[in-house]
Design a protein around this ligand. Structure first.
Ligand SMILES: O=C(O)C1=C[C@@H](OP(=O)(O)O)[C@@H](O)[C@H](O)C1
Ligand SMILES: C=C(OP(=O)(O)O)C(=O)O
Length: 428
């Protein structure tokens, strides 16, 4: 689908979707639990459908809308026959969370995916598998793992993806002895590990974390069934904050100000760029500043904020923004350092791309008047839509349906806030 946007400010109240990261975690914990769990505020984004589908393959019962999940049979399923191939869609979280879970439950598992998923790195797991005698093969986009996860020491890098740590944290409590995870590097994307620890705690699973490089996990733990509500998503809310920073009068609702989502950092990044707190009177726009200034933002703990923050930075006049420690952006749904640069520069921005950073020279408006690709990456398509608000001529985004990965009704919400969009199916 192509979406053509005629530049126009947005206005109104907006409730961002439920947190995709928290939904993955609560669904998996529910599916591992000892009873029925009722989850509220589930959004069936493509990634969440992938996790529900895979948990059904691992024998959990999940209602079609994902709100009722029964995990009772799972913990006894060790001797079941090999599960069929689990289709993780394009969801890195689903794949990396479930590899150790399948090994703990079944002693084996086969996974596949689409888009860029099966090319995204799994090396930290493969290194562990070599050490632990777990067999694996990756052929024609199907990853097969086989072997018994045993209690013990798991030494793993913390700077490739936090999703490996989350996967181990879900699986190790199911083993019949105690384990430890030792990080061999600094932990990046720490907020996501905090979300994992929070989800485990809600299901009665205890993990001792020293706050640095060691996690102690007791074996023989039981996930106790719970009824829980998924909170609003700070990562996708960040696109609306970027729009607000560009002068749109938005009332962003339904977010937990005490959330453990790392992407709450959007509040600090917004303040750094716009020189004001997030909450301001409707109608006020960011103050114009004299001369140029430089802002450096460390993105190592909040990589998903790079696309919305880059859009805001490109449209913050007089400001040169350095987004640093962002190398892992290259291993997401697209190479996001390249695609952020490509799309914003096509719109008329001044973005410089470096191996692990971006420098963005902000200006008051962008020329627009071009067609840009969404690069099959939800956060890149949404970034283009937000930057288009302050373009001088219409912008067409191709492959715009990719927002379904995390935000299925993004375009409907954009239009409801007054965005002038025209949708067209692409010619086949
Ligand atoms: O655990 C999670 O829910 C996620 C972790 C992050 O990945 P990395 O840890 O690979 O940075 C983030 O980019 C992803 O969108 C969701
Ligand atoms: C990178 C993302 O998700 P995942 O790693 O789960 O595919 C994302 O949502 O931006």
């Amino acid at each position: 689908m192509n979406v053509t946007i005629t530049p126009k400010k947005l206005a109104g109240a907006i409730t961002p979707p439920p947190s995709k990261s928290q939904a993955h975690r609560l669904i998996i914990a529910a599916a591992l639990s000892d009873g029925f769990c009722h989850l509220s505020n589930v959004s069936l984004s493509e990634d969440i459908q992938a996790t529900l589908r895979c948990m059904r393959t691992l024998d959990a019962d999940a209602s079609a809308d994902g709100t009722v999940i029964r995990g009772a049979d799972l913990v006894d399923g060790h001797e079941d026959p090999a599960p069929t191939v689990m289709d993780c869609g394009e969801s890195g979280s689903t794949l990396r969370f479930l590899i150790p879970v399948a090994l703990a439950l079944k002693g084996k598992g086969s996974f596949t995916g689409h888009g860029r998923l099966m090319e995204r790195p799994q090396e930290p797991y493969f290194e562990l598998f070599r050490e632990k005698g777990i067999a694996w093969s990756l052929e024609e986009s199907v990853l097969t793992v086989e072997g018994r996860l045993t209690p013990g020491i798991y030494a793993i890098r913390g700077d490739v993806s936090s999703q490996f740590i989350t996967g181990l944290l879900y699986a190790l409590p199911l083993l019949d002895g105690d384990s430890e995870i030792h990080l061999t590097t600094e932990l990046e994307s720490r907020g996501y590990v905090d979300m994992t620890l929070d989800a485990l705690e809600r299901f009665g699973v205890e993990v001792e974390y020293d706050g640095a490089r060691t996690f102690r996990v007791k074996g023989n733990q039981i996930y106790r069934h719970q009824d829980l509500t998924i909170e609003g998503d700070w990562s996708n809310a960040a696109f609306w904050f970027a729009a607000a920073g560009m002068g749109c009068e938005l009332d962003i609702q339904g977010l937990n100000p005490l959330s453990c989502q790392g992407d709450m950092r959007i509040a600090a990044h917004y303040a750094a760029l716009c020189g004001e707190e997030l909450v301001r009177e409707a109608g006020e726009t960011p103050a114009a500043r004299e001369g140029r200034r430089t802002v450096e933002l460390d993105m190592s703990q909040c990589p998903d904020l790079v696309p919305p923050v880059a859009a805001l930075a490109a449209l913050t006049p007089g400001c040169d923004t350095h987004l640093v420690n962002a190398a892992r952006l290259r291993i997401k749904e697209s190479d996001r350092l390249a695609t952020v640069t490509d799309v914003l520069n096509a719109l008329g921005a001044q973005v410089e791309e470096y191996p692990d950073s971006l420098i963005i020279h902000g200006r008051a408006s962008l020329a627009g008047g071009v067609t840009v690709s969404g690069h099959n990456d939800h956060r890149i398509a949404m970034m283009a839509a937000i930057a288009a608000i302050r373009c001088e001529a219409p912008v067409t985004i191709t492959g715009a349906e990719c927002v379904k990965k995390s935000y299925p009704n993004f375009w409907e919400e954009y239009a409801r806030l007054g965005g002038a969009i025209r949708r067209e199916e692409e010619a086949v």
